[in-house]
Design a protein around this ligand. Structure first.
Ligand SMILES: Nc1c(NC[C@H](O)[C@H](O)[C@H](O)CO)[nH]c(=O)[nH]c1=O
Ligand SMILES: CC(=O)[C@@H](O)COP(=O)(O)O
Length: 168
């Protein structure tokens, strides 16, 4: 289902687990900060709307989306009490193939963190053809993928909690 024609910020609060005791990390890329700040705000606001305490949200910044891999890895290691982490980035096609390598590298790196680490890392990295697409997905006509990422983070935090319970 494409984003076009859908609003990423709409969700049914009744279907979201109780997040009041969860702790979250958000690692934010500084590249295209007009976009990443919008994504961060969407995620932060969604956490607050779902009863996450402000003091339970940790934010780290990194230079670019490729550094999200290392930043999220160090957050996993340094803040073992976190229940989930969101990686926030905005990659926009330029003149060269660099876009392809950054996008693939970040995708694979965050995938690896979910395999190797115990804290889920949510992929909130826009990979757009132009800034208009990015604006539309970070608080514009298509809503905010940051909101979508926060809801995913809450759901994965609950899944991780349930898994620990059943493991005994
Ligand atoms: N072009 C974009 C980049 N490029 C920078 C890389 O992410 C990385 O910081 C650099 O290669 C040094 O390791 N980053 C974005 O987040 N968005 C872009 O559009
Ligand atoms: C994703 C990128 O690194 C890209 O925006 C850089 O632009 P260019 O390919 O023109 O060097």
């Amino acid at each position: 289902m494409a984003t076009e024609g859908n609003n990423l910020s709409q969700y049914d609060k009744d279907t979201i687990p109780n997040a009041k005791d969860f702790r979250f990390g958000i690692v934010v890329s500084e590249w295209n900060d007009e976009i990443t700040e919008g994504l961060f705000q969407g995620a932060f606001d969604a956490f607050i709307e779902n009863n996450v305490k402000k003091e339970n949200i940790v934010r780290w910044n990194v230079p670019g989306s490729f550094e999200l891999i290392y930043g999220c890895k160090k957050l996993q290691e340094s803040f073992e009490m976190l229940d989930a982490i969101i990686a926030v980035g905005s990659v926009i096609q330029g003149e060269t193939k660099h876009f392809d390598f950054v996008c693939e590298g970040v995708t694979q790196g965050i995938k690896d963190l979910n395999i190797q680490g115990d804290i889920p890392v949510i992929f909130c990295v826009l990979t757009d053809n132009n800034i208009e697409q990015s604006r539309a997905r970070s608080g514009g006509k298509h809503g905010n993928k940051g909101t979508e990422a926060a809801i995913a983070a809450i759901k994965m935090a609950q899944l991780r909690k349930d898994a620990k319970f059943y493991k005994g």
